[in-house]
Design a protein around this ligand. Structure first.
Ligand SMILES: Nc1ncnc2c1ncn2[C@@H]1O[C@H](COP(=O)(O)OP(=O)(O)OP(=O)(O)O)[C@@H](O)[C@H]1O
Ligand SMILES: [Mg+2]
Length: 410
């Protein structure tokens, strides 16, 4: 679930769901748009997902009916499935609560013994009870994920909402965990190879393109919300901040500002104007993370370059791009130089200051990335890699990126 990390200053994660985006710790975080009005967009056809309100009231929440396709679990079911939410079932914790692994029968969805025939593993997210906004995100997640199905979106199996205010979500289990862990956790596990990073980027682009085709803005794209399956196929998770895109020819919706510092688009932080192009900016940041192995926000890098965008941009722009200098050293040079240049050029376009000039996910970003998946017989420019690629349209993107954005949001 989105960490509701409205904190653009300080930590990229915040446990407090009620912290306004612009007021958290860092005095450089000043935005002017905390009072955007809640809006409800009515569904305009059977293809559209239900559109939850920006801020459902208690009454609205009571009226919301989760899709029938989702299983309604009791708390007793989920206790049984997770060994009473014991430490051996613990998977991790995000802004809104802990995640546990559990076992349920794949046919009846009843709690099952670990390893039993027909038992399947699930991930169960248990929201902290005290968070009203957590409840709002829970509702948004159930509403969207109950309706939207795609191979690059994590599958929601069911939910629990009981009279005791327990709110839980039951997802398919993603055995390789988050992209964030793979890119940044310095452990014994080998670094993700370049080819896997490219295919993860393609999967994420496919997930976003699908959402945008359904007029849904994800709003919380970041590497911790990209989960990996057994074969490293990637899926988007955490739809708590998702919302309906603009209608009637409008370019954006006005919202309160939520998201995660380091990933949020500058115009959104500055004005609360949200569009699909806000997701495109976040995607550009994830591309940089895949290339560099560096976090979107790392205060240890010092104020001037704590944001990955600020650190990487000077080396990626202009005639004399120095893509090699930003690349993850854990790759050991094992990547086609041309592919790295293409991905850098695409990231730059996604990170344009003006949202109108950012590429669209479906028409531009996805085809550009898919070209990187296709090996060709052309000779690679890399001295260290054997893989080659065709030249993608991304490589010809030379539009300069304006860098004045960070000052206003951070
Ligand atoms: N479906 C899943 N399958 C396997 N592990 C999961 C699943 N969902 C979440 N996890 C793991 O649980 C941990 C917490 O996830 P969670 O989404 O709550 O937090 P987060 O993404 O780190 O932060 P945020 O609150 O900002 O979303 C992560 O380590 C994640 O890898
Ligand atoms: Mg998450």
């Amino acid at each position: 679930m989105g960490n509701l990390c409205v904190c653009m200053g300080g930590s990229a994660k915040c446990a407090s769901a009620s912290t306004p985006f612009q007021s958290k710790v860092n005095p450089r975080s000043s935005t002017s748009n905390s009072n955007s009005k809640a809006s409800r967009r009515s569904s305009s056809g059977p293809e559209k997902p239900p559109q939850p309100a920006e801020a459902p009231t208690a009454a609205g929440e009571a009226q919301a009916v989760p899709p029938a396709s989702l299983k309604s679990f009791s708390m007793a079911d989920l206790r049984a499935a997770t060994k009473n939410f014991g430490s051996t079932s613990y998977l991790g914790e995000g802004g809104f609560g802990c995640v546990y692994k559990g076992w349920i029968d794949e046919t009846t969805l009843a709690p099952a013994r670990p390893g039993a025939t027909n038992a399947m593993m699930v991930a169960i997210k248990k929201l902290k009870k005290e968070s009203f906004q957590g409840h709002r995100e829970w509702l948004t997640e159930v509403t969207y994920l109950g309706d939207l199905h795609h191979e690059n979106l994590v599958k929601l199996v069911g939910y629990c909402s009981d009279s005791d205010s327990n709110k839980l979500l039951v997802y398919e289990y993603m055995p390789r965990g988050s992209l964030e862990n793979h890119l940044f956790r310095r452990g014994s596990q080998p670094p993700l190879p370049w080819s896997t990073r490219v295919s993860v980027a393609v999967d994420v682009a496919r997930g976003l393109a699908f959402l945008h085709s359904r007029d849904v803005i994800f709003r919380d794209l970041k590497s911790s919300n990209v989960l990996l399956g057994p074969d490293h196929r990637a899926k988007l998770s955490d739809f708590g901040l998702a919302r309906a895109g603009p209608t009637g020819g409008k370019t954006h919706v006005s919202t309160r500002v939520v998201g995660t510092r380091g990933y949020a688009a500058p115009e959104y932080v500055a004005t609360g104007h949200l569009s699909a192009k806000s997701d495109v900016y976040g995607f550009g940041v994830v591309l940089l993370e895949l290339m560099t192995g560096r976090r979107a926000l790392d205060e240890a890098r010092g104020v001037a370059s704590e944001l990955l965008v600020d650190w990487a941009m000077p080396m990626l722009q202009g005639e004399r791009r120095k893509v090699i200098r930003v690349m993850d050293t854990r790759l050991g040079g094992q990547y086609p130089k041309r592919q790295a240049q293409d991905m850098a050029a695409l990231a730059l376009r996604c990170l344009q200051n003006d949202p109108k000039t950012r590429p669209s996910m479906a028409d531009d970003v996805l085809p550009s990335l898919e070209l990187l998946l296709q090996p060709t017989t052309a000779k690679s420019t890399s001295s260290s890699s054997t893989t080659t690629s065709s030249r993608s349209p991304a490589a010809s993107a030379t539009t300069p990126v304006h860098r004045g954005h960070r000052r206003q949001k951070a």
